[in-house]
Write a protein that binds this ligand. Structure first.
Ligand SMILES: C[S@@+](CC[C@H](N)C(=O)[O-])C[C@H]1O[C@@H](n2cnc3c(N)ncnc32)[C@H](O)[C@@H]1O
Length: 322
């Protein structure tokens, strides 16, 4: 029988095979977060150009009371389930307040990255010894299957930060319909959306002056080298980001600087790159309020309340089942 870590490696290898055999080539952004990737994302969150984390942090700090009121009604008891929790820094603001209100709640962070879950569990155990926490490692699509029957309390699904931005609008619709299918009538969904703004501000967030975002993207090649025995030469790839205002989407690529061939031992296969051929790494979709309303309605939800930061750069949108 295969161990679960061998299964995980196989899935990783299969996804790399699929991406590098496609035209254009792509790699899934869900593999960014190994140890080094999680560390680099923490660096990104502190960059002056990366406004997203600060904006959502501001929402949680300034609107905590209203958010709690919306979550806790009617009986002060609920299960918080965070999809793609990362390091949970922003969520800590809410948890701290909820505990001070003596709310009866559990917190279940779900993340595909074992490193992220280990870091978060350790941090929250120290910070919040009273917190009832059930962390889960794995793909949220797989873990969510059992959600409906897990408990009969109100469940609040959190999907924060730039998570939803990593889906195209079509994938986002499919994702929300899937969530609707595993939610009960009284459950809530709390989603962070990055809003449209000056395209220059958006582009800079994915192309910072210090090159941390470039390192973050290149690190996935390093991970493939280490875990799948590949021989990517990182010097021969460079990071490139664009923002298309007509699609409200930023996209990141790694560009092959020359014609080259890369061997992946786990796949026993070589992949040819033409000079200047791109690997599509990540989409960061931006929204306006109309797009959010439409998305909610088309996936079986209704927007209950929107929470904005002062600049209106970001919104945390609370959805109830319609
Ligand atoms: C951009 S980070 C955001 C982290 C955090 N929500 C925040 O706002 O700072 C995305 C997180 O989602 C996780 N992730 C991506 N795809 C996933 C999937 N399919 N299942 C579970 N976790 C996933 C990554 O490992 C990473 O920790």
């Amino acid at each position: 029988m295969q161990t679960s870590s061998a299964t995980k490696q196989n899935t990783f290898a299969e996804d790399v095979l699929k991406g590098l055999s496609s035209e254009p080539k792509f790699l899934s952004s869900k593999y960014f977060y190994d140890d080094e990737g999680s560390r680099l994302f923490q660096e990104i969150m502190k960059l002056p150009e990366y406004y997203l984390t600060r904006a959502e942090f501001e929402i949680f700090e300034t609107r905590t009371k209203e958010i709690f009121k919306a979550f806790a009604a009617p009986d002060n008891s609920f299960d918080l389930i965070e999809l793609g929790a990362g390091d949970g820094t922003k969520t800590a603001v809410l948890i701290d307040y909820f505990l001070k209100q003596n709310a009866d709640f559990t917190y279940s962070p779900i993340d595909i990255s074992q490193e992220a879950i280990d870091f978060l569990t350790e941090k929250f155990k120290n910070e919040f010894p009273r917190l009832s926490m059930k962390a889960k490692t794995g793909d949220y699509f797989r873990i969510l299957k059992t959600l409906k029957t897990e408990s009969n309390r109100r469940k609040i699904l959190l999907f924060l930060g730039s998570n939803i931005g990593n889906f195209s609008p079509e994938q986002a619709l499919e994702f929300f319909r899937h969530l609707r299918g595993v939610m009960n009538e009284n459950d809530l969904l709390f989603v962070g959306f990055d809003l449209q703004k000056d395209p220059r501000v958006i582009l800079n967030a994915y192309d910072d002056a210090q090159g941390v975002t470039a390192e973050f993207n290149l690190n996935l090649l390093r991970r493939i080298n280490r875990e799948l025995g590949a021989n990517f030469d990182l010097e021969k790839f460079s990071h490139y980001a664009i923002y298309r205002p007509t699609e409200c989407a930023a996209r990141s690529f790694l560009i092959s600087r020359e014609q080259q061939s890369v061997f992946v031992e786990a796949l026993n296969q070589s992949f040819d790159f033409k000079a200047w051929e791109p690997i599509f790494m990540e989409i960061s979709q931006k929204y306006n309020l109309e797009m959010i309303e439409d998305l909610a309605r088309e996936s079986g939800f209704q927007v209950a309340e929107n929470f904005f930061d002062e600049n209106r750069y970001f919104v945390d949108s609370l959805w109830r089942v319609s």
